[in-house]
Structures are given as structure tokens and as C-alpha cells.
Design a protein around this ligand. Structure first.
Ligand code: BYC
Length: 469
């Protein structure tokens, strides 16, 4: 079904065919816009931003590009095309027809998962609220705003499901999605990472590399769901998500590149010297990486989880790329889990969070390898690395354990003492913040980041991606 753009809410779900639902969503729309004005990108409402907007859901030509003022962005509801005769691909209902409605007995679990997914989207926009003021270039500013409007659209995707399939409860949850706020003492966002401040662009790039990648894995798992409208929503969200991780991977890569340039120029690897030259030294980049990677690992939940077992068994949430596995039912399969008490054998269904986390870690390694290739090519021995998934965990079996980045349990006093080596210190953060000065001339870059290899949608790097009216 094509997308109807003449309606107040662009959609390919035939909203006009369900007046009650349409009215309910049109009632939510101004509240969303109020939230956007207050909590979205601060101060850029009148800027013309070169944005891509979804205009279809097929793989080719799904988006159009053009200058848009963000409050006028057409946030819409788009589901990927249905797969004819789709069946449930995992769990106890394996092979049964996919559900077009939520089965009554699974209602509260589906709602909880959709709300959790939905909550992260506006949370990330709130975390990035002030970043526009310190953009390193107009190219980066545009990418920030692209990510922000698409997170807003992903919120719409979840709000549609809540309104369309969960009645009054769903409408109440949709209101709550705008009432909780990132870092709020009384009404914080649901998941830990989404309450962490993102006050500088190095954090933003780490966030889009590591935390948006959790998004990729969770969305892939929900794209397998037996509830077909959820699966189709998530399939289309994944199309948009790829750009967010591109922003992260290339962003960190450009910060590394700039550090290497300065190292060459000065003939030293000495962090204070590199900093004095206005670039971010590699050990500081490693500490930021450690922080955001470990925080994002917690987003997968506990290693052993009865919630995970239930959502898999019932057909609510599969594994990312379920088709790669042979056994889709996993009734008797087991998983060998490394815990602080040694290896424990647990039912595979209970270990689904860990299965997902393990695939996520592998995916995270790809970018780290690319960053290291740059360092190697520049002739330096230092390598960036992912810390052990046991390090600095806040959820699960390793939560709160004094573990070093290599994964060894160490003395707590030593752990406390050495945290400053492994994680950004207040001084690191203050230094990185001191570099965050707005650069807003077309083609100009801040001194701590290298220019991108190419511009957006075949435009040159020095195109005026944001016109600050
Ligand atoms: N912080 O059984 P457990 C994205 C809660 S990112 C705080 O171990 P379960 C995006 C958990 O909710 C993707 N609480 O875990 C990225 C549960 O609470 P209740 C977001 C946490 O349930 C960037 C309790 O602890 N999508 O899209 O198997 C920008 C016990 O949990 C945390 C999803 O997460 C935490 N880190 O799995 C924009 C998908 N971890 O219910 C967007 C939907 C766990 O007992 N969510 N808890 O009160 C889920 O599938 C699951 O809820 C989780 C947790 C994977 C998060």
C-alpha cells in the first residue's frame, strides 16, 4: 500500500478507514509536537535542514531528500509490506499463522515490550537536546537532526501499535511515553542507558555506534515477532536505523583519524600534547568506548531471564535473524553460561538475552576493527578494544562485580582505584566538553574531528546542510 501524504498523519495503514483510531492519533499528534518543541533539538525550529523523509517502504527509493524545518517534518506510520501467509518462526507456536491481532493472554507482555521499545526513542532525542549548539560542522548537525526526527518517527511507530491494538491502556501508555523524561528524578526513562547524559559529540558518536546497535538487535528480534503488525513496524524501522549506526561508526572513525593526524604532526603519542593541540587522544577515546559499550550491554537484560524464556516460548520476541538457527523451538536445548560462580548450564530459552548480547558484541567488533586499521596504517601500535562483557555491568550475574576490562575479577579496592584509567574521569569529560565549540560554516570542521569522506546523498561535504535562519 502506498503512503498517503495528504492526510494529517502520513501512513500506509489505511488510517482513513478507521475514523476512531485516526481521531485518537490526531489527538495525540499535538501533544507529540509540544513534546518535540520542548524536548527536541533546542533552538533550531526555524532552521532549514536537508532531511530524508520516508515516502515508501520498498528497499529502493523509500526516501526523498530536501530542506525541511523540523517541526514540519512529516512523521508518519509506515509498516513494511506484509509477507503473504507468514507463519510464526520460533517457540511453541512455531509454524502457526502469524497473528494480526494480539492474543488476549499475551496482551500485557506485548504491551510491556512495545512500551519499553517506544520509551527509548523519545529518550534518545531528549538526551541529545542541546547537542546542536556545539556541532563540529553543518554536516554533523544535519546528521544529528536526521537521527532525531527518525527517533521521533520510531516513537510514532510504537504509539500506532498501542493505539490500534491496546485500547484505552494503549492510549494511556502513549501519553506516558511523553511524560517520562531522560534523567528525570521522578519520572525517568525505563532503561538505564537512556538516562545517561549525552553532553558532547564523542558521547553522541559512541551512543549511535553502541546504543543504536542495541536498537538494531532488539528491532531484529521484534521483527521476528508472531504479532505481524509489530514485526512489520520493526522491519521498516531497521531501514532507518542503519544510518544512525553509520553516523556512529564514521563519527568515531573521524575522531580517531584526527588524533592520528595530530600524532603524526607532533611526532608524539603523548595525550597531553595531543590535547594541547585540540584533538582527542586515543586513550580518552578508549575510555568513552568502555563507558558506552558496557552501558549498552545492560540493555539486553539479565543472562538468565524468565521474561526472555516466556517471550521466546510464546512467540512474542525471537532471536535476531532467527533463520540462521536450525532449532527454532529450543525446548530442550541448553546454554553454557559463564557466571562469577563458574560455568552453569541453563535452559537455552532462559538464556535468550545472552544469545542476543553475544551476537551484538560480534557486530560491535566490526567497527573497532576498522578504527584499528586506521591506527595500524598510520604506523602506531596502540589498538582500541571492546572490554570484556563482564566489566562494569549493572544488570545480570556480573552486576556490581569488581572486574577489570580483561574480564578478571580483582580486588574491590584496586577496581575502585583503577576505574579512572578505564572510564572517562570528570577531567576527561571537562576536556572533551571544552572542545565542543559550534562550527557552522559550510565545509568547515572543528579541529578535533576529520572531515567525512563524502557528503550526504551525493552532495559535496561543503554543502549547506543546515541553513540557520
Ligand atoms: N535498565 O528479565 P530481565 C533502541 C528490567 S534500543 C533498566 O533481565 P528482560 C534505541 C526489565 O525491564 C532497544 N531496567 O530482562 C537505541 C525487567 O523489568 P520488569 C530498545 C532494565 O525483561 C538508541 C527487569 O529489569 N528496545 O531502540 O528479559 C536510540 C528484569 O529484566 C534493564 C528494547 O529494549 C536496563 N538496562 O529484557 C533510540 C526491546 N534491563 O519488567 C532507540 C524491548 C532490564 O521486571 N524490551 N531491565 O519491571 C525488551 O525486550 C526487554 O524489556 C529488555 C529486558 C531486553 C529490555
Amino acid at each position: 500500500m502506498s503512503i498517503n501524504y495528504s492526510e494529517r498523519i502520513p501512513n500506509n495503514v489505511n488510517l482513513a478507514g478507521d475514523r476512531t483510531l485516526q481521531r485518537a492519533l490526531e489527538h495525540w499528534q499535538p501533544k507529540f509536537l509540544d513534546w518535540w518543541r520542548e524536548m527536541g533539538p533546542h533552538d533550531f525550529a526555524s532552521a532549514d535542514v536537508y532531511l530524508r523523509t520516508a515516502i515508501g517502504v520498498d528497499a529502493q527509493g523509500w526516501a526523498s531528500y530536501g530542506a525541511v524545518k523540523m517541526p514540519d517534518y512529516r512523521w508518519g506510520i509506515f509498516l513494511a509490506d506484509p509477507i503473504p501467509d507468514r507463519t510464526i518462526g520460533f517457540g511453541d507456536n512455531y509454524g502457526q499463522p502469524a497473528w494480526q491481532q494480539v492474543p488476549g493472554e499475551l496482551r500485557s507482555q506485548f504491551r510491556r515490550i512495545i512500551v519499553t521499545q517506544g520509551d527509548t526513542e523519545p529518550a534518545s532525542v531528549e538526551q541529545q537536546h542541546l547537542l546542536g549548539h556545539t556541532c563540529p560542522s553543518l554536516y554533523d548537525l544535519r546528521n544529528l537532526f536526521q537521527v532525531n526526527v527518525e527517533e521521533g518517527r520510531h516513537l510514532w511507530a510504537m504509539v500506532y501499535l498501542l493505539h490500534a491494538y491496546f485500547g484505552r491502556d494503549g492510549r494511556e501508555e502513549a501519553e506516558e511515553l511523553l511524560a517520562r523524561h531522560s534523567g528525570d528524578a521522578d519520572k525517568p526513562r525505563i532503561l538505564s542507558t537512556f538516562n545517561e547524559p549525552v553532553q558532547d559529540w564523542l558521547s553522541f558518536f559512541m551512543f549511535t555506534y553502541f546504543t543504536d546497535r542495541d536498537g538494531k538487535y532488539q528491532l531484529k528480534a521484534l521483527a521476528e515477532s508472531g504479532f505481524d503488525p509489530l514485526a512489520r513496524s520493526c522491519r521498516f524501522m531497521l531501514t532507518e536505523e542503519a544510518h544512525h549506526m553509520f553516523v556512529g561508526e564514521t563519527g568515531v572513525g573521524r575522531v580517531v583519524k584526527r588524533a592520528l593526524e595530530v600524532m603524526k604532526e607532533l611526532g608524539t603519542e603523548d595525550p597531553p600534547a595531543i590535547r594541547a593541540h585540540g584533538a582527542i587522544d586515543l586513550p580518552t577515546i578508549q575510555r568513552y568506548l568502555n563507558f558506552w559499550f558496557t552501558s549498552s550491554l545492560d540493555l539486553f537484560g539479565s543472562e538468565v531471564s524468565s521474561n526472555a524464556a516466556t517471550t521466546f516460548a510464546t512467540g512474542i520476541k525471537g532471536r535476531p535473524d532467527e533463520s540462521q538457527y536450525e532449532d527454532h523451538v529450543c525446548r530442550d536445548a541448553t546454554y553454557a553460561l559463564e557466571t562469577p560462580n563458574g560455568v552453569e548450564t541453563v535452559a537455552l530459552r532462559n538464556a535468550m538475552n545472552e544469545v542476543m548480547r553475544t551476537s551484538y558484541v560480534k557486530d560491535c567488533e566490526i567497527g573497532v576493527k576498522r578504527w584499528n586499521m586506521q591506527i595500524q596504517r598510520a604506523g602506531y601500535d596502540l589498538r582500541l578494544s571492546l572490554p570484556s562483557p563482564r566489566f562494569r555491568r549493572g544488570m545480570g550475574a556480573w552486576a556490581g562485580m569488581p572486574v577489570d576490562p580483561q574480564g578478571n575479577v580483582i580486588d574491590r579496592a584496586e577496581y575502585d582505584r583503577r576505574c579512572g584509567e578505564w572510564l572517562p574521569s570528570e577531567a576527561d569529560r571537562a576536556f572533551v566538553r571544552s572542545l565542543m565549540q559550534r562550527v557552522a560554516e559550510p565545509g568547515k570542521m572543528a579541529g578535533w574531528i576529520a572531515p567525512p569522506d563524502r557528503g550526504i546523498n551525493n552532495l559535496p561535504v561543503d554543502y549547506e546542510y543546515v541553513r540557520l535562519n
